[in-house]
Design a binder for this molecule. Structure first.
Ligand code: FES
Length: 183
């Protein structure tokens, strides 16, 4: 059974028309699939590949290469803490441990209520504001345990938006921009 909606498929086709070679639309097409489903399932990869004329195994190679695509189901909020050297020097390991203890999960796991997934990821290009994490494609920087507490509480209250978290510097990420441009 198909998993992508007509709207998602229409958006992917419209996006593909912008490229001389429609296969070049693969990355944003995967974002569209993930934005709809919350992750990119094998069936979603097949459907994206079918629209763009790409073999499923080639779609899978790309989807599994980039950490920004989730090829397993994730929680409502995905806490992706940067573990690369500059963030590590500034306390990322302690932040990861703190989040891990607070939520009772190890990196790579999801809380039993399905609300949070904790991931350790490579540099997200915000090294000047280390340590940092990305939560559902928004950046939260200069992290401290107190800020982590505020983030998690805001998420539990379904209010995880910049305006509710004074002191945070948040910026839109590329995937949000793409989604805004094609819809
Ligand atoms: S090292 Fe963490 S954002 Fe670059």
């Amino acid at each position: 059974m198909a998993v992508l909606t007509d709207e998602s498929l229409r958006t992917i086709r419209s996006l593909a028309e912008r490229y001389p070679d429609q296969r070049s639309a693969l990355l944003p097409a995967l974002h569209i699939a993930q934005n709809q489903l919350g992750w990119v399932s094998g069936q979603a990869m097949e459907e994206v590949g079918s629209v763009l004329g790409i073999e499923p195994d080639q779609v899978q190679e790309v989807a599994t290469f980039y950490s920004m695509y989730y090829t397993e189901p994730v929680g409502t909020y995905v806490l992706e803490v940067c573990k690369t050297a500059p963030c590590s020097f500034m306390g990322a390991d302690e932040i990861i441990d703190y989040v891990s203890q607070k939520l009772g999960i190890e990196p790579g796991e999801t809380t039993p209520d399905g609300m949070f997934t904790l991931l350790r990821v490579e540099c997200l290009a915000a090294c000047h504001r280390a340590p940092m994490m990305q939560v559902n494609h928004r950046y939260y920087q200069d992290l401290t345990p107190a800020k982590v507490d505020a983030l998690i509480e805001a998420a539990r209250q379904q209010q995880l938006r910049a305006e509710h978290l004074p002191g945070f510097n948040i910026r839109r990420t590329w995937s949000e921009t793409v989604q805004a441009d094609v819809t």
